[in-house]
Design a binder for this molecule. Structure first.
Ligand SMILES: *Cc1c(COP(=O)(O)O)cnc(C)c1O
Length: 334
């Protein structure tokens, strides 16, 4: 593990890479009481030449710093942390499987470590990075999931912190997820407000492809970054690739608010083409159906299909850049 301590008088201390080990913290440490914790999720990939690559690590570092700043934790120089991640992944190179779809999951984390029950800015912090080899999310090919549209619980709200990767955002989502699971749905589709705006799915951003009711034009739609959406690196990558490669084929790429009612209408008129989640773990996760107001909204997949055309293309395009097969500035060679 990589560890770096900080305190408010001397700033960041020397970084260390040490054997994976327990942390020893006083029970009064502020992280245990007031959730001074934020994290990142990213992966290191081994390319065909055996070189280790990170995918858009600058994006993760930028988000990590935004999350930390929101809970009064210190920032760390992005470029310096990318250098440290590169050193760390090179040292742990033997844990990165070579095969396509495999990678080393990296979990940068920051916690407030001040011993105090007083509620205030932490005077000390610990940044650490742990890692684990991971295999393909869908080892036997895509398996489309079904969602429960959730409005009785709210994941994020305007002025809140749902757009930051704070640990405090995740524990409250487990009970609704367990509820959805008990009814046979893998994830929650988080709705917001009386209008039933579609926001995100589980811990992934959400995309829908449909035909515009008026013009008939094909549209790839995702919710805008209005503070209720986590700024996914995968979301940004899907949008960039769509603008680069789908727009010239006539697709309209749109970031806008849209409602569950709109999706239901598009589905019943045969205009809903496909839907998928997007995030680092799976890259894309195709969606078969959404349970909403006691009915099932079918998202466009045929019975024998597990993924739509756009989700399949996106997975291949993004993976090609992650593993360096499609050389691109998004891929950072360690
Ligand atoms: C991490 C996360 C995502 C996906 O972000 P990526 O950078 O693409 O992995 C989306 N939504 C939530 C709530 C998340 O925590």
């Amino acid at each position: 593990m990589l560890t770096i301590e900080w305190n408010k008088t001397t700033g960041w201390q020397k970084p260390h890479i040490v054997p994976y080990q327990n942390l020893s913290l006083d029970p009064a440490t502020c992280v245990f009481h007031y959730a001074f914790e934020c994290f990142e999720g990213m992966k290191a990939y081994k390319d065909k030449a055996g070189k280790i690559r990170l995918f858009r690590p600058d994006k993760n570092m930028e988000r990590f710093n935004k999350s930390a700043a929101r809970i009064a934790l210190p920032n760390f120089n992005s470029a310096a942390l990318i250098d440290l991640l590169a050193e760390y992944t090179k040292l742990e190179s033997r844990f990165i499987p070579e095969e396509r779809g495999y990678s080393l999951y990296l979990r940068p984390t920051m916690i407030g470590t001040q011993k105090t029950l007083g509620v205030g800015p932490p005077g000390s912090a610990l940044l650490f990075v742990i890692a684990s080899p991971v295999g393909p999310y869908y080892p036997t090919g895509f398996k489309a999931i079904s969602l429960e549209a959730t409005d009785y619980a709210v994941r994020a709200w305007p002025g809140g912190v749902g757009d930051k990767k704070l640990g405090a955002n995740y524990a409250p989502c487990i009970v609704p997820q367990r509820e959805a699971m008990s009814r046979g749905f893998q994830q929650n589709l988080w709705l917001f407000g009386d209008e039933q705006f579609v926001t995100e799915v589980g811990t992934m951003n959400f995309f829908v492809a449909l035909r515009n009711k008026q013009t008939g034009q094909k549209e790839l739609i995702t919710a805008p970054l209005d503070g209720t959406i986590l700024e996914g690196v995968t979301r940004d990558s899907v949008l960039a690739l769509a603008r680069e490669r789908l727009a010239p084929e006539g697709w309209n790429i749109v970031e806008r608010k849209y409602t569950m009612g709109e999706l239901d209408e598009a589905a019943s008129e045969g205009r809903l083409l496909e839907a998928f989640g997007a995030g680092t773990a799976a890259i894309v996760s195709p969606v078969r159906a959404i349970s909403w107001k006691g009915k099932l909204v079918h998202c466009g997949l045929k019975d024998h299909e597990e993924s739509g055309e756009i989700a399949t293309k996106m997975k291949n395009w993004i993976e090609a850049r992650q593993y360096g097969d499609d050389p691109h500035e998004w891929s950072y060679v360690c």
